[in-house]
Design a protein around this ligand. Structure first.
Ligand SMILES: C[S@@+](CC[C@H](N)C(=O)[O-])C[C@H]1O[C@@H](n2cnc3c(N)ncnc32)[C@H](O)[C@@H]1O
Length: 260
């Protein structure tokens, strides 16, 4: 879990949090007339930005942020968020007692085996509890396909070809098939956000904090610089600056709200 850079990740904290907020909005509807969640885990809480949103929405809840990165958790611990923090690998994780809400924004796509992981998480919930997940699904767009193109385009390919990049998130129908047998109610939807970004090379700045990270981390020195420059040039063509100097970055995301 090394390599997460809290400052770089937080550079676009505003647009990255939009889907986190939209997901929380739908959770209220999933609970319906049921009491507010008493115990909440924020899975892959990172620096705690999403945990803060959960604390603001349900101030009386017992809130725990879980993450595998010591650096991200260190930043979360510096905050004044009323939560406990737990370092754990999510692939092996289970809560000590059944919570009412398992929330995860932009984290579970880093894990494999969703056909096992998602039913496992549903089974961890209290009766009537909610699993709420948002995952990026932009792998077919230039921001992500150009990573692979740049990786193959230079001598660095020899060192990159065995690197495990970010696995693509499956289509919504796959998650329906995984979760329908274990969910009393299930809502799945996608949104494409049109992020309006400022500054130079904002799409590269965005992806090098997340999906491009494993490739960059596998290289050093001139090869690392070469890969970054190759990707930067491709991205500049795919996402040109608009007349007002801003860059538009359409980004597809998958949302799941499942009630046990
Ligand atoms: C893109 S950040 C999202 C952080 C936060 N949820 C947010 O929306 O701001 C993804 C987080 O998931 C964590 N993560 C990814 N894979 C993980 C794993 N297998 N076990 C534990 N944490 C993991 C990373 O350490 C990182 O902090």
């Amino acid at each position: 879990m090394s390599g997460w850079n809290p400052s770089l990740y937080l550079k676009y904290a505003g647009p990255r949090l939009r889907p986190a907020i939209d997901l929380i909005e739908r959770i209220g509807a999933a609970f319906g007339a049921a009491p507010a969640p008493g115990a909440i885990f924020d899975l892959g809480c990172g620096t705690g930005n999403t945990t803060r949103l959960l604390a603001e929405r349900w101030p009386a809840a017992d809130l725990v942020g879980v993450d595998g990165s010591a650096d991200m958790l260190a930043r979360a611990r510096e905050s004044d968020i009323g939560a406990r923090w737990m370092k754990a690998e999510l692939a092996d994780w289970a809560p000590p007692t059944p919570p009412d809400l398992l929330y995860s924004n932009a984290a579970l796509h880093w894990l494999d085996g969703h056909e096992v992981l998602f039913p496992h998480l549903m089974g961890c919930l209290s009766e009537g509890g909610v699993l709420a997940v948002q995952m990026p699904r932009n792998h077919a767009e230039p921001s992500h396909t150009l990573m692979a193109d740049a990786a193959r385009a230079g001598p660095w390919w020899q060192r990159l070809k065995r690197v495990r990049g970010l696995p693509p998130v499956a289509p919504p129908e796959t998650y329906y098939d995984i979760l329908a047998p274990v969910a009393r109610r299930l809502e799945i939807w996608e949104s494409v956000y049109l992020h309006v970004l400022e500054g130079d090379d904002p799409v590269v700045e965005w992806t090098r904090a997340t999906g491009f990270r494993p490739l960059l981390e596998a290289l050093d020195g001139a090869e690392r610089d070469g890969l970054l420059e190759d990707y930067r040039a491709r991205i500049a063509k795919a996402y040109p600056k608009r007349a007002d100097g801003k860059t538009l970055f359409p980004f597809r995301r998958l949302f799941i709200v499942a009630v046990r």
